[in-house]
Design a protein around this ligand. Sequence first.
Ligand SMILES: [Zn+2]
Length: 204
Amino acid sequence: MRTNTKTADVDCAYRFENMSDLANTTCPACGEATLQTVKRDYIAPIGDGQKLRIPNIEMEVCDKCGEEILSLEAAREVDSAIAEYTDRLNPDELTAVRENFGVDKTEMSEVLGLGGKTYLRWEQGNQYPSRSMGYYLRVLREFPEAFAWLRSRGWRGRNRVATAERTPLVEMQHRFPALASDPSRLNALATTRCNFALILFAKK
Ligand SMILES: [Zn+2]
């Protein structure tokens, strides 16, 4: 069973659920040799041409083409070693941070000012937060009131409305937030579809 979850940072070509399916089978990469189970250092690229040596990782290796195949368990071990080395929050930690705030992945993304699916990708381990975002998340984890304050601002939501749904009514609500408390005036102004500021002053 080939799960083939290649990531940008952990360059192991394949990850298997069950390594016993693989022992002594033909190499899936070259088809010319039999895979051998070995335990050795795994060299993981960690960006900027740097590499991290992670000791004692069990893997299936092809001695013909050099293909290395890691079990899911070994791949997680590699992921968490990289996370630790690069000060990265791992997916489990990211989930714990979010659940502690009681928000779903989409809202978490919005509060942090990210694209809607970004936090989801981090929790899935398909992408990683930058080092600086990692520090920022640690601050929020340490000071939940800072997250609550950020959430109450609703910046990301407001920006999205302003750029994606710029109808005359929405536009006006953003320009004159005080009017939102008086819907009758809002409606009257919205139907005119002309210079809102002028009408606002005329009404006063
Ligand atoms: Zn091979």
